[in-house]
Design a protein around this ligand. Structure first.
Ligand code: ADP
Length: 565
């Protein structure tokens, strides 16, 4: 811990909340710049909308959403049209404040006119979303899944998914929403932080009973009832990969701004928490992505009125210790060095030794300044216990990365057969399974906005910015030869001003002026529609990307030749 700052460079930096340390020039940081902003409810909804516009079928795992207050008229109009076309449709909507967490400020409504417009919606924007009325129930209770995902690298994209997760249960039997039960949070919201206050909440020492269970225990149960858990697991993997594909363009803009290419800087990785709801028909739906999933492995227990104590939570330990241990195994800088040196055999597994090495190898920084983190701060004794549990030792030279088929790693099988043995002596096999680039071939066609973002970044010009100025936009148009007699440079300027002004009027980030990535994507889609009129949107966009990339490659070649000349 370095609560007051740090002098020496480290191999791994483990920040409490976010990436905000300008003094890191090497090593690996456990947070990506801009991740917190990218997964906020509004930003996530926008990114998903862009992907839904391009690939509606592939992205139907995210509920239809509108952004408030700016899309309130659109929300009202679209709901009216849908109700008119299907009078039997009796929807429910869930309103979620942007940047909220733990169920804070969330409420359900039956009609757009029920949105609470008084003051807060202007000062605190929100997302309103179609409520999933028919979730899968276990023991008559609604539950959601928290899955841990490691984004190990952005370029090239590397994603790992933990084989097991948590299932968090409501504490009141579920009923489909009616005007009478809309306000019952213990029935509709699965947040642990809310349900813990219910008198029905059950703390259990077993991983397959109580209000918080392992996801593998649910899969076991579903499997014994004949459900196709392999298909479910495959759908979940696909949901995770597609969601990260939707987030990467924005992340790349933040990344180049904080860690410009060619300058010394750290690389980043991050553990993300995916919140997923299963529908009755077992279709997984994405609720949200958490940049800072809680890694607490104990919970508070009231010993006597007003006297609380932290006690271990076996379910949290089972899932989270493995996630952190395997993240460190995968990013372990010593692994590479040892590989190079070909000499590791005399490193032995001995708990105390392993603890000392762990502390030596990994400099772990908890950012004590962040209030949020105080909440997660552990006492030293607990922390030592935790490191021992991680079993960190340097005998990690071979990490088997992608030897399994997509559906081999079904958690239910693991629960049935017991944890499989690892190729690494003394350590269980990795709980984190690589899914990307392993399944890249199936998903690469979705990465169109990534390529649009690459064009955007190329024309950003000054390092450190995230917004494109009017000159940069003009240069983009000129270099890609997009202007012609039908589309003059004056029209280019008008397009830039129109779109930029609109995005800046609703944007949260007013620090910089200029065109943000989402505005550029909108302008790009506009240009693609103009140029390739009769094609479906994703083909229009793909064609324009190819057109631009082709012209830019020719330009680069020319410049190279001039350079040689
Ligand atoms: P928060 O960040 O405040 O936890 P979430 O988006 O995770 O916000 O929503 C809180 C809870 O509300 C979820 O855990 C889930 O139980 C419920 N929920 C959220 N969105 C939906 C939805 N579209 N349909 C059904 N339930 C939902």
């Amino acid at each position: 811990q370095f609560p007051f700052g740090r002098r020496l460079p480290c191999d791994i930096y483990w920040h409490g909340v976010s990436f905000h340390d300008n003094n890191i020039f090497s090593g690996q940081v456990n947070k990506f710049p801009g991740m917190m902003e990218t997964v906020r409810k509004i930003t996530l909804s926008r990114a998903m909308r862009t992907m839904q516009d391009l690939f509606p079928l592939e992205y139907n795992f995210y509920p239809r959403s509108w952004i408030l207050p700016e899309e309130l008229p659109l929300f009202v109009a679209e709901v009216r049209v849908m109700k008119d076309s299907d009078p039997s449709w009796k929807p429910t909507f869930i309103v979620k404040p942007d940047g909220g967490c733990q169920g804070d400020g969330i409420y359900l409504i039956k009609d757009p006119s029920d949105i609470r417009l008084t003051g807060s919606i202007q000062s605190r924007p929100a997302v309103v979303q179609e409520y999933i009325c028919k979730p899968l129930l276990v023991d008559k209770l609604k539950f959601d899944i928290r899955l841990y995902v490691l984004l190990k690298s952005l370029e090239p994209l590397e994603i790992y998914i933990a084989k097991d997760g948590l299932s968090r249960f409501c504490t009141e039997p579920y009923q489909e929403p009616t005007l009478k039960n809309l306000h019952q949070v213990f029935m509709h919201l699965t947040n642990y932080s809310l349900n813990i206050h219910s008198e029905n909440f059950i703390h259990s020492d077993s991983v397959n009973t109580g209000s918080k269970r392992t996801f593998s225990s649910i899969l076991c149960r579903l499997s014994s009832r004949g459900a196709d858990v392999k298909k479910l697991w495959s759908d979940i993997i696909s949901l995770v990969i597609k969601t990260i594909i939707a987030l990467t363009p924005e992340l790349k803009v933040y990344y180049q701004s904080d860690i410009p290419a060619g300058k010394p800087g750290p690389t980043c990785f991050q553990i993300l928490g995916f919140d997923i709801l299963l529908m009755k028909n077992l279709k997984p739906m994405l609720l949200e992505v958490n940049a800072n999933p809680s890694m607490r492995i104990e919970h508070e227990q009231e010993l006597s009125p007003g006297v609380f104590e932290n006690v271990p939570s076996p379910v949290d330990e089972e899932v989270k210790v493995a996630v952190i241990r395997d993240t460190l195994r995968l990013v372990d800088p010593q692994k590479k060095k040892r590989k190079d040196a070909h000499a590791v055999s005399n490193w032995i597994m001995f708990p105390r030794d392993s603890l000392l090495r762990a502390v030596g190898v990994f400099c772990i920084i908890w950012s004590m300044k962040d209030k949020q983190h105080k909440h997660h701060s552990l006492k030293l004794s607990l922390k030592l216990k935790f490191y021992l549990k991680l079993g960190l030792c340097p005998s990690l030279e071979r990490v088997p990365e992608s030897s399994e088929l997509l559906l081999d790693a079904v958690p239910a099988e693991r629960a049935e057969a017991g944890a499989p043995r690892s190729a690494e002596p003394g350590l269980p096999s990795l709980c984190l399974k690589q899914v990307f680039p392993k399944y890249a071939k199936q998903f690469n066609y979705l990465r169109l906005v990534d390529r649009v973002a690459a064009l955007f970044i190329r024309f950003l010009g000054v390092k450190g910015t995230t917004k494109l100025g009017p000159t940069g936009f003009r240069t983009f148009i000129r270099n890609c030869k997009l202007s012609n007699s039908n589309f003059s440079m004056a029209a280019v300027d008008i397009l830039y001003i129109d779109i930029t002004r609109r995005w800046n009027s609703m944007g949260i980030d007013h620090k910089e002026s200029g065109m943000c990535l989402q505005a550029f994507v909108e302008a790009f889609f506009c240009l693609a529609q103009k140029k390739y009129k009769s094609l479906p949107l994703h083909e229009q966009v793909a064609s324009l990307i190819e057109f631009c990339e082709c012209h830019l490659a020719a330009l680069d070649e020319k410049r190279l030749l001039w350079g040689w000349g």
